[in-house]
Design a protein around this ligand. Structure first.
Ligand SMILES: NC(=O)c1ccc[n+]([C@@H]2O[C@H](COP(=O)([O-])OP(=O)(O)OC[C@H]3O[C@@H](n4cnc5c(N)ncnc54)[C@H](OP(=O)(O)O)[C@@H]3O)[C@@H](O)[C@H]2O)c1
Length: 270
């Protein structure tokens, strides 16, 4: 299959001000794509720095939009602003997300609610809104940054894993529904990666699982994600060890054992 050429495409990335989103923005700019970058209103300044960097180094058009996607009308407002200012989007990268670590019973209800609004509802709404335009145009790509957490329950950050499982199931089903339309939905499923996500929301400095998964570098993750995205792989779990665990091992293991192991390996360490 021919590689998807990103040159001159318009790529929209949410949560572009830091972590994986920031690095994905750099990689798409290096491919010659024009970018529309989304960020939380509190990160507007840091996004402006990135916009200047990318427009200067790659000669591509880069614009930014600061909207809180967890607001009840956030995704809809974001969609209409993007359409008004940037026109049609070729590639939507759903990336903005949050994580809260701890016992489900102890995490405040508002935190669970915020996570679902951002990790599930905003992804779903943006996907639905931009898909309609893509189907009409007969082409388009959606890259949902999900997680290796999508494939099994994540004890001690239960709502996070559940939100990622929702998006995995949705993405894979919708991708099948879209066959023949020229539009595809892909997921990117990295394991734990060194970004601000893991230094807030009560996430421990270290969990036992890092002994197996390691802690990935966001720039490396983004490079691999864009390379594989161009190849058209629908679900991408980077790293052989992570792929073996999340794609093969979890299918062979009894569910009760898998869940009990999760309680141990995802606990704080040190
Ligand atoms: N890091 C990991 O271990 C890991 C592994 C697998 C998958 N992922 C996924 O990768 C994606 C990116 O995460 P990351 O690790 O790069 O974390 P990050 O550096 O914290 O990036 C998350 C981005 O989302 C933005 N955001 C948060 N709340 C928002 C809101 N209400 N409205 C709009 N934007 C908002 C953040 O802005 P602020 O900085 O202002 O909050 C930030 O730019 C997430 O979906 C995450 O679940 C991460």
């Amino acid at each position: 299959m021919a590689k998807y050429d990103l040159t001159g495409r318009t790529v929209l990335i949410t949560g572009a001000s830091s972590g994986i989103g920031r690095e994905l923005s750099r990689c798409f700019a290096a491919e010659g794509s024009n970018l529309v970058l989304g960020c939380h209103p509190s990160e507007k300044e840091s996004l402006e720095g990135l916009i200047a960097e990318l427009a200067g180094s790659h000669g591509v058009r880069v614009s930014g939009l600061a909207i809180d996607l967890a607001d009840s009308r956030g995704p809809e407002d974001f969609y209409h602003s993007v359409r008004r200012t940037a026109g049609r989007i070729d590639v939507l990268v759903n990336n903005a997300g949050v994580l809260h670590y701890g016992s489900f019973a102890d995490i405040p209800l508002e935190d669970h609610e915020l996570l679902v609004k951002l990790n599930v509802l905003a992804y779903l709404k943006l996907m639905r809104l931009f898909l309609a335009d893509m189907v009409k145009a007969g082409e388009g790509r959606i890259l949902n940054v999900v997680s290796a957490a999508a494939f099994q329950p994540t004890v001690h950050h239960a709502t996070y894993g559940a939100s990622k499982a929702f998006m995995q199931s949705l993405s894979e089903a919708v991708d099948q529904e879209l066959r023949g339309t020229g539009v595809r939905v892909f997921t990117f499923n990295p394991s734990y990666t060194r970004t601000p996500l893991l230094s807030r929301g009560g996430f421990p400095v270290k969990i036992w699982w890092y002994r197996i998964s390691g802690l990935s570098d966001p720039a490396d993750m983004a490079r691999q994600a864009v390379r594989v995205f161009k190849q058209g792989k629908p679900v991408f779990i980077p790293g052989l060890r992570n792929w073996l665990v999340h794609s093969i091992l979890i299918r062979l293991m009894p569910r009760s054992l898998l869940n009990a192991l999760g309680r141990w390996v995802l606990r704080a360490e040190g």
